[in-house]
Unconditional design. Structure first.
Length: 264
């Protein structure tokens, strides 16, 4: 329900802005700076006179786009590598395991900061920086499950009948190793929202012209000691609620999968 609400906001807000139904959150020249929440500006304005409410709502679509792209890239890269490594073994497996284990041991935020610093700011660059962080998790999960499943009798029977490795992977292994991916995917998405906010807070995430909660929190720090709380409250609250919603989905899927396993 929470995530659906964010998706709806991400779809509706750009349409309303393009139709001039609401003002563009990037332009606040005609607004007073640091205006308190009022009927005209429900969440107040920031130091540039931009409407905090509109900018926070617009940040929902940006966050979802970056997180979806990052997690999708991580799955598309990590899952095939895990399948190949777990099924073929040998030198390829050892090289990939060492590489992924090395990446896995690096703290998530540190690795994403390094990648963002190398790639620069931008939606695609931020997605790639986050993608690199989560590839090892999908690789390790899929590789371990593939190593277990490939020793099953029906796999050995298919191989003895002349099935190619690609056929075995596509026909038998893939559907058996992806059952637990939805749980990891939603939890990674929740984590990616926080990491994206961290990058924005450090000035390494998205360009300043793109509404992003982390950068808004960074700009709000200067005014917070003076009693201007609204520029920090609403972006932080939006980030918290989205992470909470994604975590609820992950926990629900995990309980569902656990219940299915017990019944089986």
């Amino acid at each position: 329900m929470i995530v659906s609400l964010y998706i709806g906001i991400a779809i509706i807000i750009p349409i309303l802005i393009s139709q001039n139904a609401i003002s563009n959150g990037e332009f606040g020249l005609g607004n007073p700076i640091f205006a308190a929440p009022s009927v005209e500006h429900w969440c107040g304005t920031d130091r540039l006179g931009r409407d905090v409410c509109i900018r926070t709502l617009a940040g929902s679509g940006v966050a979802l786009n970056v997180v979806f792209l990052a997690v999708s890239l991580a799955v598309l890269i990590g899952v095939p590598l895990g399948l190949l490594s777990g099924y073929l073994g040998g030198l390829l497996d050892r090289i990939l395991v060492v590489l992924m284990d090395t990446l896995y041991t690096i703290p998530v935020l540190l690795l994403s900061v390094v990648m963002a610093f190398i790639l620069g700011r931008g939606i695609l660059n931020a997605s790639i920086a986050l993608c690199v962080v989560y590839i090892p998790q999908y690789f390790r999960l899929v590789r371990n499950q593939t190593s277990q499943v490939k020793s099953e009798l029906y796999i050995e029977a298919a191989i003895s009948m002349g099935a190619s490795p690609l056929w075995v992977i596509r026909k038998y292994l893939l559907k058996n190793v992806i059952t637990s991916l939805p749980v990891v995917l939603t939890l990674n998405a929740a984590d990616a929202v926080l990491v994206l906010g961290g990058l924005g807070f450090l000035g390494l995430g998205l360009p300043e012209t793109v509404p992003e909660w982390g950068s808004d929190l960074n700009m709000a720090l200067v005014a917070l000691p003076t009693g201007i709380w609204w520029t920090a409250l609403y972006p932080g609250l939006a980030m918290f609620i989205l992470v909470l919603g994604l975590s609820f989905i992950g926990d629900g899927l995990e309980d569902l999968m656990s219940g299915t396993d017990v019944e089986g």
